[in-house]
Design a protein around this ligand. Sequence first.
Ligand SMILES: [Mg+2]
Length: 367
Amino acid sequence: MAKSKYEYVKEFETDDRMLRNVYVLVRIDGKGFHKFSQTHDFAKPNDVRGINLMNHAARCVMNELDDILIAFGESDEYSFLFRKSTDLYQRREAKIVSTVVSLFTSAYVYYWNDYFTELKRPLYPPVFDGRAVLYPSEVEVKDYFAWRQADTHINNLFNTSFWALVEEGGLTPKAAEARLCGTDSKDKNEMLFTEFNTNYSKLPAMYRKGSVLLREQIPKDADKDAIIPTLPETLPGSKSAKVTPAPDTTTIALQSGPDPISEPVSEAPSGHTTPVAVASPVVSQETVMQEGIDSNSHSESMKRSIDASEAEQQDAEGEPVAGKEAPTFKRMKKGVVIDHIDIIGEKFWAGRGAYILAPEKKKKLRS
Ligand SMILES: [Mg+2]
């Protein structure tokens, strides 16, 4: 076909294909979310509806883009790590970043009413920006996530202290800020405990540690968008599924009741948050899962294959499943699981996170 005389303008496009064989990290960030959260009356210091909606939108991104290995979210931001060998859009930066941002934003609006049930849609369109950063090795990837989770901790401790002073202590925002000026985390913990009877470490992990989305085994017939808010070894059918809940674990019925993620919110002192039980999409099977399993058991989960076909094969071969009281699923597949765990330090990367940085099989690259 003959070229039109206008076609030369295409030559003005720049080649933004990103370097091969390095990790691609895309972070999206809410623009003007201070105002957005005020306008929509978000609870302070944390709004469980807003966090769950962010998590849902991030899950949509992971469900759509298979090359994302892990995602981490806090506040109004989410980070997505792509496998080193991703060839999505031939690694063109603008295409990848814009796809993530666009999908995340549209999902945020699309699922808005599932979480903010009293408001049909946001009062104005939320905006997220995005960027891609390349990380050459595992060291930077680990440090990146440690950086974001440390940020989560610092911000949440500050915000929890700040809003305790304002809402319970009766201080003006300015006075609260002055009060916190120069304090370290030990001071804030102490203040929360002695003045507001709040044990910070007992507040929901989702607030303190952010949200981690991983690719792990889920029931084969689970809904694509289902929230699977638990550790992999508690998943029914997994080899290490426990029949008897360990002390301090909470048994959660997924069939009904409040969103499991927000459940621990009841431990929070009144005045800090206004948790709203949300009827989130949940796994439809009649089953129970345990929450709060000791993370020491993660090494066991490493031994399990996270490959769906292998999992199915194991099942077919009659691998032992949990005892009679444990729920069982016939088939497993790899899906997106949410948790609120420490990703700072080697424990995570040597355990549940091991698949993320594991050597990749050589893939033929497009020429
Ligand atoms: Mg922001």
